[in-house]
Design a binder for this molecule. Structure first.
Ligand code: GAL
Length: 424
């Protein structure tokens, strides 16, 4: 892996790791925090277990509010109704622009006192810190950075057809063809709209590059959303479907990962939460599976940052417990152990990446290096950049295109433009 990273990437990684930071400790009255999240798969549960443990060590209780459903759409609906009923949890997994939306409703807690004690402004990259603030005040804390544009590959499946990991779309499709002839499902797919959107944003990056991705999904430029490049991305996306199996519709993402783990399927397009599944199954990168950038995306990075927003609470003990959760999340020790299980990398600086595997080290180096060359882009499929109204409408258009071969690229691109117009 390291040989493929040019020297600048290695330097970037050193720089990233060199920034020091002090851990903070908490002294608090015992309380309980209710935490809404959607981490229910094997790897996710292991990671969230670390958060419970850390809180427990400080004498606080954890009330689990786990909502099934990868990608978090169901969790967000449940959260909306809980808050509407005047009964918010202490903390909820809320990401990207949604933090601002919730903040504007005046229901989130101000965390500036802890932020000052722990020096968050110097501990977090500015792009990340800005997302955690509403009107300049911290209301949320990041737990990790996921890279979305990975291709996960079963190593034995690759050996069986004597191929190397594909770097280009041509290599990808020729490999897929060989795998299919060898009786191995080339691509494990979970047929749910958020998973289709996850694959699609990766294809758009791989076909169009980071600048095109930004124009389309960040700026919502109609000329990009309806363009020859977008059409080519849609064509590539549909071609991938031909290499998935018939039972894909409705399948959860971790079931698709399990197919790759077992060798029933060879590859999966998915963010690095998939790595948590491989690790939980006792598999090792390099030996049993490969993490490789999806075709055409090696020098770019779609980021997806998980974070917890804190709701305003009544009562001293509850507030203390919430503060303890916040402090723990922002400590380097927690970020290390959590992310070792989750498949992601720490969001705070100062964590030694030595204990991370090759995929984690590569992600960390690429995060910094792609920022330097302006190829670090936010995930639209994972709620990093657009309001829910835009994201949902685009996701529906992508899913409709994937699921019905009669849907044309032209119609789909018109739907993208209509979705963009939902931005207020
Ligand atoms: C993402 C989330 C990841 C992972 C994934 C599958 O939106 O950021 O942490 O949980 O969904 O559930």
């Amino acid at each position: 892996m390291d040989k493929r990273i040019p020297r600048v990437w290695g330097r970037a990684r050193q720089w990233w790791c060199a920034v020091g930071l002090a851990a903070a400790t908490a002294a608090a009255a015992a309380g309980e925090v209710e935490v809404l999240h959607w981490w229910t798969s094997g790897g996710e549960a292991r990671a969230v277990g670390e958060l419970k443990r850390t809180l427990g060590e400080q004498g606080h209780g954890w009330r689990d509010f786990a909502v099934q459903g990868g990608g978090g759409d169901t969790a967000m609906s449940v959260l909306r109704s809980r808050v509407a009923n005047g009964n918010p949890p202490a903390a909820a997994q809320i990401k990207g622009p949604a933090i601002q939306e919730w903040g504007r409703l005046g229901v989130l807690a101000n965390l500036d006192d802890v932020a000052q004690q722990q020096k968050w402004d110097s501990q977090l990259p500015k792009v990340v810190a800005d997302v955690m603030k509403v009107n300049g005040h911290y209301v949320a804390v990041p737990v990790n950075v996921h890279r979305v544009n990975w291709l996960w590959i079963n190593r034995d499946a690759l050996r069986r057809v004597s191929q190397r990991a594909p770097q280009t779309w041509d290599e990808f499709f020729s490999l897929a063809e060989k795998l299919q002839k060898a009786g191995i499902t080339p691509v494990a797919h979970g047929g749910q709209p958020w998973q289709e959107f996850t694959t699609f944003e990766t294809v758009v990056l791989g076909v169009g590059g980071a600048d095109f991705y930004r124009r389309a999904f960040v700026q919502l430029d109609a000329k990009a959303l309806q363009s020859a490049t977008m059409e080519s991305a849609l064509t590539t996306f549909r071609r991938i479907k031909g290499y998935t199996d018939r039972n894909a519709p409705g399948r959860d993402w971790n079931q698709a990962t399990a197919m790759v783990i077992r060798g029933e399927a060879a590859m999966q397009f998915m963010g690095d939460w998939a790595k948590g599944e491989f690790l939980a199954a006792g598999k090792a990168p390099g030996r049993d599976f490969l993490c490789t950038s999806a075709p055409g995306t090696e020098r770019a990075y779609i980021f997806n940052i998980d974070s917890f927003a804190m709701f305003q609470l009544k009562g001293e003990a509850a507030q203390q417990a919430q503060r303890a959760l916040v402090r723990s999340i922002m400590s380097p020790a927690f970020q290390e152990v959590f992310n070792l299980n989750k498949g992601s990398i720490p969001a705070v600086s100062g964590v030694d990446m030595k204990r991370f595997d090759l995929c984690g080290q590569e992600s960390s180096a690429y995060f910094v290096a792609t920022a330097m060359i302006n190829a670090l882009v936010p995930s639209i499929a994972h709620k990093m950049v657009q309001p829910a109204a835009v994201e949902d409408a685009m996701k529906d258009a992508v899913a409709a295109f994937w699921n019905d071969d009669r849907t044309t690229s032209a119609d789909t691109m018109s739907r993208f433009v209509a979705a963009a117009a939902r931005k207020k």
